[in-house]
Design a protein around this ligand. Structure first.
Ligand SMILES: *[C@@H]1O[C@H](CO)[C@@H](O)[C@H](O)[C@H]1NC(C)=O
Ligand SMILES: *[C@@H]1O[C@H](CO)[C@@H](O)[C@H](O)[C@H]1NC(C)=O
Ligand SMILES: *[C@@H]1O[C@H](CO)[C@@H](O)[C@H](O)[C@H]1NC(C)=O
Ligand SMILES: *[C@@H]1O[C@H](CO)[C@@H](O)[C@H](O)[C@H]1NC(C)=O
Length: 491
């Protein structure tokens, strides 16, 4: 059987050999040779399932390299793109792994003088970035996902004057290495990359060092991300370990010269100092995420100029100031997360009326006074608002008519020793979208209003550690509300 197949294979090969070769239609010998050397830099097989074909199997000497798997050529049959995508399966089966010594790995690529795009996915490179790739003069994109890269960003990459996109995403740290490491941060030499539009480094907590002042050399940058945790829904995960700081230093004011910037995400690093006010002049900005750093001072008043800003996350820093009322001008805001800082003062009414906001986190600060009086006319009821103002020094009666009608989740719990709301009015049922209500650890007294029975969307209620009395409305029994710590309630 096997030999029959071999015979057929032989005939096919002979058949191919008989087809007259048109040299003009083939990739050049230089490109072919460089790719074959590069193929030799890898092992390609799946030890658990050897029958699975390897993308590199098609890289056969003497055949047109423009037809090889993952290779693209231009009209003159020069190689312009390599996209190698393998896979990883636990336990530890990579289909493509590095074979060459790190010092020798990838050394043939600069010989591909027309190469523009390099994209590797799920390939166990387990090496530092080859400095030699700084000589791939036409390179436009260098994107590496889940490829176990370590070490610093080579200064030599400052020579990649055509580079528009540079991404290294560890994807799942631990499984795919621990990302870049060392103390060099973003090397000054990279400031020369004036065509760079996208710079995305995800999960490299072991790389410390700063952002150089010359960063405004990135005149084309639109998407600048270097983050080690967190996400826009406010969940708090940081991959920083005690020994790993992420990027350090201060945020250079020159960031304010990056006129095309739409996304700035530097979450879960160790930046200190203040937030540069110059960022407030970048009117294209849509996302500012500086959560989980050590930033001090205030939120720049100038952020109110950012009409297209949809995400502002400053969660878990050391900001100590009042919220600038100008933030109320940022009408596009959908996510505003200022939680876990030292922000104080009353919550400004204007800021509170943002029409598109769906996540509002002001929890774990020092805000005082009553909840602001809102004007919620024209609010889009299809937006389900999640609002957390827990752990502040807010107080006063709760007037639910003042709250946005589209609130789906309302958390106003307090902490021991902090001030608290009083009174729970029957007007609670005006909040017909409400699914989750947390009023635990306040000083709420009196009867639980029977209007809870008119709230069919309610799913999760926590009224524990208050001082309610009397009967429990049926709706709260049905959904098994947490009513513990109210000794005078009749269950
Ligand atoms: C990187 O950090 C991880 C945990 O944060 C640690 O286990 C690992 O040893 C570090 N690696 C290097 C090369 O510093
Ligand atoms: C703001 O967003 C609008 C709509 O997407 C867009 O047309 C406009 O150019 C943006 N403004 C800036 C300064 O980027
Ligand atoms: C609400 O804020 C409190 C205080 O910061 C925090 O402990 C809690 O996890 C937050 N809950 C949600 C669901 O955001
Ligand atoms: C209710 O809130 C208290 C105090 O904030 C908390 O300890 C408790 O776990 C919460 N109950 C539920 C069911 O989440």
């Amino acid at each position: 059987m096997a030999s029959t197949l071999n015979c057929i294979g032989l005939f096919l090969l002979l058949g191919l050999a008989l087809v007259p070769k048109s040299q003009a239609q083939q990739c050049t010998a230089v490109d072919e040779d460089a790719l074959l050397v590069f193929k030799g830099d890898f092992y390609c097989n799946d030890i658990n399932n050897p029958s699975i074909p390897c993308p590199l199997d098609s890289w056969v000497p003497g055949t047109d390299c423009c037809q090889w798997s993952g290779i693209q050529c231009d009209a003159s049959h020069r190689v312009i793109s390599i996209l190698l995508s393998a896979y990883f399966r636990q336990p530890m089966t990579f289909q493509i792994t590095r074979a060459a010594e790190p010092a020798a790995f990838g050394r043939s690529l600069p010989r591909l003088t027309q190469l523009q795009d390099l994209d590797f996915r799920f390939i166990s490179l387990n090496t530092y970035l080859p400095p030699a790739w700084g000589s791939i003069t036409k390179l436009r994109t260098l994107n590496l996902y889940a490829s176990s890269i370590y070490g610093e960003i080579p200064r030599e990459y400052g020579k990649l004057s055509e580079l528009t996109s540079f991404t290294i995403d560890t994807l799942a740290p631990g499984l795919f290495g621990f990302g870049l490491s060392g103390q060099a941060g973003i090397p000054r030499e990279l400031c020369k990359l004036s065509k760079l539009k996208t710079f995305v480094m995800r999960y490299h907590p072991n790389l410390s060092g700063g952002i150089p002042n010359c960063i405004d050399g990135w005149r084309s940058i639109e998407d600048f991300q270097f983050f080690n945790g967190g996400d826009e829904n406010g969940r708090d995960f940081s991959l920083k370990q005690p020994a790993a700081t992420g990027l350090t230093g201060v945020l250079p004011a020159s960031l304010g010269n990056l006129k095309n910037l739409r996304v700035l995400n530097l979450a879960a690093n160790s930046f200190g100092g203040v937030i540069p006010t110059s960022l407030g002049s970048l009117t294209s900005l849509q996302t500012i995420d500086l959560a989980m750093n050590r930033l001090t001072g205030k939120i720049p008043v100038e952020f109110g100029n950012l009409k297209n800003l949809t995400i502002l996350r400053l969660y878990k820093n050391r900001l100590y100031a009042e919220i600038p009322t100008s933030l109320g001008n940022s009408k596009a805001l959908e996510v505003l997360d200022l939680g876990s800082n030292g922000l104080y003062g009353p919550i400004p009414d204007r800021m509170y009326n943002l029409p598109k906001v769906r996540l509002l986190r002001l929890d774990d600060n020092r805000f005082w006074g009553p909840l602001p009086r809102g004007d919620y006319l024209g609010r889009d009821l299809s937006i389900q608002l999640v609002m957390n103002v827990s752990w502040n020094f807010l107080d006063g009666p709760l007037n639910f008519r003042q709250l946005p009608k589209n609130i789906a989740e309302l958390r106003m719990s307090t902490q021991n020793g902090r001030m608290a709301f009083t009174g729970l009015s029957p007007t609670i049922s005006v909040l017909q979208s409400l699914r989750v209500l947390d009023l635990s650890q306040n000083q709420l007294t009196g009867k639980l209003p029977s209007t809870f029975n008119d709230m069919p969307n309610l799913q999760e209620v926590n009224l524990s550690i208050n001082d309610f009395e009397g009967q429990v409305p049926n709706r709260l029994k049905v959904i098994n509300a947490d009513l513990s710590g109210n000794p005078r309630l009749v269950m």
